[in-house]
Ligand binder design. Structure first.
Ligand code: 13P
Length: 249
């Protein structure tokens, strides 16, 4: 079985002191894990975490769709690469919602990441209103289709995270059956685009925690997790990594 990927998304949290303690504890706890582990940290802390990370992969939370130039405040793929970044989240629902990122912009960011040798973690997910209107499949397929359209030739290099918006930070998790159903739709969509769809990791994100991770990760098309709140507490994050490791044997 392919190794699961457990990625923490710290969002806009942390401090030099808090990061130091958290990354040291995570790095020590995952040294022998049979899962891939990553932390996606705020850009100002990438260099700090790069020096402490051990076997934990370094991730960023966003990047510019531009290569370089007069784009004040933006961070380029090349800069992330310079700092040893491997993964970069694109299209998180918080960026779609608060920064008006369109499917097309998200696709261009994924393209920029791939061109720099970074692995984009492409987030898709429906709102509660969309789920209740029966539009879940339509929404996630439209979001992923934009990325496939622009990046078809190297689409097997991406990671996809299904993050139902109604489950993010709410304590309300998708059931394993609900998550698996959407993951199966995404897998089929990838299969239509590439013969290597089986190697694409499909992560679930949205209130995944130490108590519910094992059941979610046991689903056939759930290849890992993108963890928000629970990634800020080393014991909780390590429990999720252990659940993922147990499924690799
Ligand atoms: P929570 O785990 O805090 O619900 O956040 C999920 C998420 O948005 C990860 O990207």
């Amino acid at each position: 079985m392919k190794k699961k990927l457990i990625a923490g998304n710290w969002k806009m949290n942390g401090s030099l002191a808090a990061n130091d303690a958290l990354v040291r504890a995570v790095a020590a706890g995952v040294a022998d894990a049979a899962a891939e582990v990553a932390v996606c940290v705020p850009a100002p802390y990438l260099a700090q975490v790069a020096a402490l990370r051990g076997t934990v992969a370094l991730g960023a939370q966003d990047l510019s769709a531009h290569e370089s130039g007069a784009y004040t405040g933006e961070v380029s793929a090349g800069m992330l690469r310079d700092l040893g970044v491997h993964y970069v989240i694109v299209g998180h629902s918080e960026r779609r919602q608060y920064h008006a990122e369109s499917d097309e912009l998200v696709a261009r960011k994924a393209q920029r990441a791939l061109a720099a040798g970074l692995v984009p973690i492409v987030c898709v997910g429906e709102t509660l209103a969309q789920r209740e209107a029966g539009e879940t499949e339509l929404v996630v397929k439209r979001q992923l289709a934009a990325v496939i359209h622009l990046n078809g030739h190297c689409i097997s290099e991406i990671v996809v995270a299904y993050e139902p918006v109604w489950a993010i930070g709410t304590g309300r998790t998708a059931t394993p059956e609900q998550a698996q159903a959407v993951h199966a739709v995404l897998r089929a969509q990838l299969q239509a685009a590439t013969p290597r769809a089986d190697r694409v990791k499909l992560l679930y994100g949205g209130s995944m925690n130490a108590a519910n991770a094992a059941e979610l990760l046991a689903q056939p098309d759930i290849d890992g997790g993108l963890i928000g709140g629970a990634s800020l507490k080393a014991p909780d994050f390590l429990t999720i990594v252990a659940a993922a490791s147990a499924l690799a044997v």
